[in-house]
Design a protein around this ligand. Structure first.
Ligand code: PSU
Ligand code: MN
Length: 292
């Protein structure tokens, strides 16, 4: 694992560090928005007084903290694999390139000694039986703060929340009592706890360590100016029906649904996606300052 000089210095002198994932760069956003967004997220973390540590796999080496040139190459290549836990070792052993998912980034961040991680939407339980993101299980054994805007809106939200409970992931809403749903700042599903400040998020992480809990502190941060929940749900339903009618399934389903959501919302879902990524990076940086 190659930790950049800047990240290593920050960790050694107990300065705030925020891990950032790279699947959103390599698979979640189109070129060239992906690179622009990756740079903007690093800048947002810096503006809030923390050091960004984007994690990715370059030619079989895990990098924690990327140079500008490394970030550009990762975002521009077309042979980068989506590295989740089941193929992480395979990508590394074969000397390949990989964008790290929430599950993989959380694992690597903890190994590097990082306490806070910012992402967009986490994976969860899909409506299709047996398709469940390894993000959920990974979060049950990665003791760090993860800031996200909720599960991706195309998921089964109540089932995802139930799984977080089953796996014992620490779940708190940031200034909200309900589960935010990625493009939408709210949903009818109640969270077990609410925090009102960055200091409370830090206190949650500390309490979890004192209690010997192995899981993440999942901070759900509702996006500002999102789409109302009922509107997101009717777009998702329509997109799902169209996918069924067109016979689209398997690994093509998620990209199809996200693209249809974008069309059905007149591009608003894309704009919201970028905003929530930046808002989460900023909140994560402020929480990291309370933990440093
Ligand atoms: N949310 C998005 N775009 C993404 C992801 C989430 O809007 O690209 C990525 C994250 O890296 C997350 C992963 O960890 O998708 C989940 O994928 P899966 O359901 O295959 O585990
Ligand atoms: Mn899956």
């Amino acid at each position: 694992m190659l930790i950049s000089g800047e990240v290593k210095d920050a960790l050694q002198s107990d300065k705030p560090v925020v891990a950032l994932e790279s699947t959103v760069i390599t698979h979640g956003l189109p070129v060239p928005v992906n690179l622009k967004t990756a740079r903007r997220l690093e800048e947002a973390v810096r503006q809030e007084g923390a050091v960004p540590a984007t994690i990715g796999i370059l030619a079989g080496k895990v990098h924690v903290g990327l140079t500008a040139a490394e970030l550009e190459e990762l975002a521009g290549r077309n042979d980068v694999e989506k590295a989740s836990l089941w193929n992480l070792a395979a990508v590394v052993a074969a000397g390949k390139w990989g964008g790290t998912t929430v599950a993989t980034t959380a694992h690597l961040a903890v190994r590097a000694g990082i306490r806070v991680f910012a992402t967009g939407g986490i994976g969860g339980v899909h409506p299709l039986a047996y398709d469940e993101s390894s993000d959920l299980l990974a979060l049950s054994r990665t003791p760090l703060v993860v800031v996200s805007a909720g599960p991706k809106s195309i998921l089964d939200l109540p089932a995802t929340l139930e799984r977080l409970e089953s796996y014992g992931v620490g779940v708190v809403g940031y200034k909200t009592k309900h589960l935010p749903a990625f493009h939408s700042p709210d949903s009818p599903y109640e969270l077990p706890a609410t925090i009102w400040s960055e200091a409370e998020a830090a206190a949650h992480w500390r309490a979890a360590r004192e209690l010997g809990l192995p899981a993440a502190t999942m901070v759900f941060n509702p996006v500002s100016q999102g789409i109302p929940f009922s509107e997101v749900m009717s777009c998702v339903e329509q997109a799902n029906e169209e996918a069924r009618a067109a016979g689209i399934g398997g690994k093509d389903l998620t990209p199809y649904l996200l693209r249809r959501l974008s069309e059905l919302s007149d591009g608003r879902s894309d704009e919201i996606n970028l905003r929530l990524l930046e808002e989460n990076a900023r909140l994560a940086a402020r929480i990291a300052r309370h933990l440093a």
